[in-house]
Design a protein around this ligand. Structure first.
Ligand code: GDP
Length: 424
């Protein structure tokens, strides 16, 4: 039995879905352990191109059991839509290959509404929320005002619980934001429409995982977002509301006692960031436009243009540390083929001092990037499958990153397709 976590090292969108789709061939179980449908994991394979929001990226492998773990938050309406969109594309999804933890939290329509109302109130100080209700539902979870997916199995108790929650929630929605109060019958109808079809998928995922582990099965944990968006270790408050760290994977899966054997940290060959918050290496103007176009850097979940810049080795080193990465998958290196020279950020200048350790977030707005520039390779590398066949400048780029972050780069992705990969 082997357990592995595939996690983001930076701000998310590193290509985790692509890596899970590739590697899941060797695994029996794939578990999403945090976050909700604010994720957008892009997978390109023989079935087509998909942006998965909630469903684990192992869904394309017929023999894989896919789990939405205890640490996830599930918008039932969105999940029903996502299942039917994938089924229409010919992907097999049943209660046998997709399980939802009974302890996952339900994202209700009023969470989405609260997200929108709060971002509007914040106006130009907004956090850049995806407006999918993720922060409100995690907030409610920790205030012990959430509803577990497993409560769908007990309709009478659920009805009473939801009535209590609404009494409380309307204090915020109606009294604070001045919006129309949420009606109980509307929410109960919603639960019937989108909750009932999902009932066969609900399970004690901890039990399933412990059994899989006892049977010697291989388990892959799939993170959403990246280290810099972690609620505790990220660039707070411009973080997500959950923990995308590998260390959280067993807890968020349902089986906290599981040990992780390896952690594959996914690093994009340059930096991108969606939403607000400090982004030290950011490029603007035509330079940014070119990189954004070359990399197709528009959010998979929201379509928002991503902020872009050169690879930030200060942030990447930090991401590798907090993720406890044992190996790196470097993605999208093919995108850099148009550049004559490639800058990489090796340090930050703060108050006249050069720092190479990622600083506390309050200092990030003072940080100026210190760049080192290396030669580009100026040729299409997307067809290359053998490391030694890469141009010397591309190999130098890979080896420079490896040296700077102190972690071996074991996969080099040269295109979005499943086979566009170099194993090292
Ligand atoms: P995730 O959320 O970490 O799974 O990443 P996203 O799906 O948000 O963003 C990654 C994007 O890059 C997707 O559009 C992928 O299809 C694409 N992609 C992944 N790896 C590569 C690569 O090596 N080269 C290129 N050109 N595109 C890639």
């Amino acid at each position: 039995m082997a357990t592995c976590a595939i996690v983001g090292i930076n701000w998310g969108d590193e290509g985790k879905g692509r890596m899970v789709d590739l590697i899941s061939n060797d695994y029996d179980v794939v578990v999403r352990y945090q976050g909700g449908n604010n994720a957008g994991h892009t997978v390109v394979n023989e079935y087509g191109k998909f942006a998965l929001n909630l469903i684990p990226s192992g869904i394309f492998r017929r023999n894989v059991l896919n789990i939405l773990g205890t640490g996830t938050v599930v918008d039932l309406e969105h999940l029903c839509g996502e299942i039917s969109r994938l089924q229409q594309a010919g992907i097999h999804i049943s209660a046998e290959n997709l399980k939802i933890s009974d302890r996952a939290m339900i994202v209700f329509p009023f969470h989405r509404e609260q997200d929108v109302l709060e971002e509007a109130r914040l106006a130009d100080k907004k956090y850049g929320s995806t407006k999918r209700g993720i922060a409100p539902v995690y907030g409610d979870k920790y205030q012990k005002k959430g509803v577990h997916v497993g409560e769908l199995l007990f309709p009478d108790k659920l009805k009473a619980h939801v009535a209590n929650i609404l009494e409380w929630k309307n204090l915020t929605i109606h009294n604070v934001y001045g919006a129309e109060p949420i009606r109980l019958d509307t929410i109960l109808d919603w639960l019937i429409q989108f909750g009932e079809p999902l009932i066969p998928h609900i399970a004690d995922t901890g039990g399933l995982l412990r059994k899989a582990s006892a049977d010697g099965k291989n388990i892959l944990f799939e993170a959403q977002l990246g280290a810099l968006r972690d609620i505790d270790y990220g660039i707070y408050p411009y973080t997500s509301s959950s923990s995308p760290l590998a260390a959280y994977a067993p807890i968020g899966s349902g089986a906290p006692g599981l040990k992780i054997d390896s952690v594959i940290g996914v690093v994009k060959a340059y930096s991108t960031c969606v939403g607000e918050g400090p982004f030290v290496v950011e490029w603007f103007g035509p330079e940014a436009e070119k990189l954004r176009e070359a990399g197709g850097e528009y959010g998979a979940a929201t379509g928002r243009p991503r902020r872009v810049g050169p690879l930030d080795l200060v942030a990447t080193r930090y991401g590798v540390d907090v993720q406890g990465a044992t190996g790196i998958a470097l993605t999208k290196i093919d995108v850099l083929s148009y550049l004559d020279e490639i800058p990489v950020c090796t340090g930050y200048e703060i108050d006249g001092q050069i720092v190479t350790d990622f600083p506390f977030h309050s200092r990030l707005d003072e940080a100026k990037p210190v760049f080192k520039t290396v030669p580009g390779w100026k040729q299409d590398i997307s067809g290359i499958r053998d490391y030694t066949a890469l141009p010397a400048a591309a190999r130098n780029y890979v080896e420079l990153i490896e040296q700077e972050i102190g972690c071996p780069i074991t996969y080099i992705s040269v295109g979005p397709g499943r086979e566009e990969i170099i194993l090292r």
